[in-house]
Design a protein around this ligand. Structure first.
Ligand code: ATP
Length: 249
């Protein structure tokens, strides 16, 4: 069964159409990147897919049991420690206290959070550590489907690569799936199987580009060469490039 299917989804904010007719499928073991100019409706579409926004029209069919969302900002509880924040990802799981502690420790280690930081509060963490705590909170419940909305922009280059690799190994190699919003074509090419490009007027998805090879087998050279070809030669990506407000700023 398809993990996620969006059929002719549309939405309106304050009387203004944000998405008109967006359709997309995500299969088991597949990560799909959502790219497009700033304000074209990527976050709205992923939040509709996740059930956080009810669309004005269209159908959403979810073939997964559990999902988690990683936002651009970590959205941690300020009064709770790293461990307690990560534990929120286990709500609804029937686990003993020892099992919970083991799962939390494992999730923290996977995102490279040192044990000495697990008792700290968000105000005592760097921006990157806060974001890794949010990622651990998403992974700890072992979701079948993950939504990422520009999750790694606060991380330095080396850590961003490690977290991208973590997404590839934990999410994709076990038949899970996801949607990954990014403005970074290299990031999309490192992690995703397909790249869906949204129309700059917010009508929906213009088209999808399949990325050759499996993510784990793509070398840096391949990623750079593919990015160069997409940005320079592909008409879909010319639209993304020309109209991204942040690139023009
Ligand atoms: N809660 C809201 N109320 C009113 N308008 C909204 C709301 N959320 C989003 N919008 C508008 O909907 C449009 C699409 O926003 P959305 O955040 O989905 O775009 P995006 O492609 O994710 O942008 P970015 O790349 O800049 O994050 C924008 O014009 C935005 O101003």
């Amino acid at each position: 069964m398809t993990l996620l299917q969006l059929n002719a989804v549309g939405h309106v904010f304050l009387g203004r159409a944000v998405l008109e007719d967006a359709s997309l499928r995500v299969e088991h073991g597949e990560m799909v990147a959502l790219v497009g100019p700033s304000g074209c409706g990527k976050s709205t579409l992923s939040q509709i897919a996740a059930g956080l926004i009810i669309p004005r029209h269209g159908q959403v069919t979810r073939g997964y049991d559990r999902s988690a969302f990683v936002f651009q900002e970590p959205r941690l509880l300020p009064w709770a420690t790293v461990e307690a924040n990560v534990a929120l990802g286990l709500s609804g799981h029937a686990l003993s206290r020892a099992q919970q502690s083991a799962r939390i420790a494992d999730a923290c280690r996977r995102v490279s959070l040192e044990e000495s930081d697990w008792h700290k509060f968000p105000s005592q963490l760097s921006g990157g550590m806060r974001q890794r705590t949010a990622l651990a909170r998403a992974l700890v419940g072992d979701p079948d489907f993950l939504y990422f909305d520009e999750p790694f922009t606060a991380l330095d280059a080396a850590l961003r690569r490690r977290m991208q690799d973590l997404v590839v190994t934990t999410v994709l190699n076990s038949g899970k799936g996801g949607l990954f919003i990014t403005h970074d074509i290299h990031e999309a090419l490192r992690i995703c199987h397909r790249i869906a490009v949204l129309d700059r007027y917010g009508h929906g998805i213009l088209d999808c580009v399949a990325v050759p090879e499996m993510p784990e087998t793509r070398s840096d050279e391949m990623v750079f060469e593919m990015a160069r070809r997409l940005v320079c030669d592909h008409p879909l990506f010319a639209v993304v490039d020309e109209h991204d407000e942040r690139r023009l700023a």
